[in-house]
Design a protein around this ligand. Sequence first.
Ligand code: PRX
Length: 635
Amino acid sequence: MSNFHIKHLEEYYQVYRKSVTNPEAFWEEIAEEHFLWRKRWNNVLKWDFSKPEVKWFEGAKLNITENCIDRHLLTRGEKTAILFEPNDPNEKAQHITYNELYKRVNKFANVLKQQGVKKGDRVCIYLPMIPELAISVLACARIGAIHSVVFAGFSATALATRINDSDCRIVITSDGSYRGKKTIDLKSIVDDALTETPNVKNVLVVKRIKSDIHMKTGRDKWLAPLLDEASDICEPEIMDAEDPLFILYTSGSTGKPKGMVHTTAGYMVYTAFSFKNAFQYTENDVYWCTADIGWITGHSYIVYGPLANGATTLMFEGAPTYPDWGRFWEIIQKHKVNQFYTAPTAIRALAKENLDFVEKYDLSSLKVLGTVGEPINEEAWHWYNDNIGKKKCPIIDTWWQTETGGIMISPIPYATPTKPTYATLPFPGIQPALMDENGNEIKENQVNGKLCIKFPWPSMARTIWGNHQRYYDTYFSAFKNNYFTGDGAFRDEVGYYRITGRVDDVIIVSGHNLGTAPIEDAINEHPAVAESAIVGFPHDIKGNALYGYVILKEIGESRNHDNLRKEINQIITEHIGPIAKLDKIQFTKGLPKTRSGKIMRRILRKIAVGEMDNLGDISTLLNPEVVEEIILKRL
Ligand code: PRX
């Protein structure tokens, strides 16, 4: 079917028009022709953004793993499904075929069942980028359990918060992980986390680094012997279209992390459709996304989207710097990668190194290059285009979010002419709108506005686990009958979108979404800290870095400031993870506040970036005098 694989700009416009004039017919046709359903739907779409309630393919029955695995067995059984490239380049890559994946997922699913996991139960997965991570995700889906993958760079406290929020009773982890020269003792992080999670009774441990670790009797079990004994046949649980498939946490500007809930049928249809079109995947291609499966990019575009298309998806365990800065390019040459999808931060870091690291390798297999997670600056775009794509590979700058489940605005390679720093045009079925300060839609081009989506799409999150009100408040209350993304955007003269960044207190650091509130809460735990405020400032490689303004209690005043800075970053590492560490910490006597006591982050942001001439009117502040002190001691 042609609109599953768009090849020309004309075709894009045609498909797009159809998708917005009659969205239900559009998605119904795609759903009908490309997937395996156990029962057909009664309604394609029911929605009401004022609640918000969105239901796609209601009444349909399916299992997503039948679509990602079983239905490929006849035609692609011996094709590599997952190509695993280990951290150590001397360790052999693994080619896991669809036949083998089928068996391994079924065995894992049977182990979960045997451990008492049932449909609807939440399973926490805290694993490094090894095949068992993808396999355990699929095993949960096979039996209808809801997976909650927590990125293995998160700390014990962050892990415990996520386990408790969705009441996971079982955790899947490993004895450790490799990353570059380091080995990380994951299991002891889990042990620490589990001191705070009374309901976890069961831990399954994958052996990866073969270290001698502590296993708690009755709670911790090695996975391998259980898998050995399990049958490799496991009938899939037949799910309703709107049954939850997974929970994935994302930071908000306030409060604890939000467990975004994605459901089964719409997520499957949209990730499969968008994967095919965004990457123009063809049958014998090798596709590689460098993200971690702990993020939405990995869920949608390492696991579900590629496998639903019967693709070969590469999983890399290691770091781009190990054994040297050429590792990505070496892997592309070694496995003849055709589509490569990474983050602007990685590109900026790699671009700083000697070009010899790139030029040593044959990158001629590449057809499409992608970026995701943060804006890509013009310089990085050109470096990627010139040196990696050799000006022959379209760059797709894909804008989307954990909440959207799939790519929303992106060029379609070889169809949409690209423009550096622009995510360009909405995907079929996606209806963006720019809003002005008064909450009205701006129809003209060449304008800035707040980016909303005004019509549902199949892979949108349906709620926040355990807190539907928060889902409404965060995304649907600012602009009536619209999903508000939290991003600002510019629309140019031909209708291309350029994402200009967050308009709330979320800061994107190295492509990771960090809310200011959880970091401030962590800092405030330090006994010498009275209050703190975090803002972002531009950083060469990370896109943004964090600048903290910290007020000390009396006990902190006489302390050595360098030591205090280290301790503050240590606390952040323990509460959240090293990704949230501050680059700069300025100690101050006060924070600029409004008369109602709200911290004026706008002023702090300007000072952090050095725009002191342009602070606006500060006379209405409760304490204008602190501004001068902050400027004087600026780092
Ligand atoms: O601000 C946008 C930025 O990342 C946010 C979403 O983060 P997260 O939920 O972690 O998902 C990241 C991976 C999909 C967005 O609100 N963002 C994502 N992609 C882009 C981007 N900003 C600019 N350009 C992009 N291509």
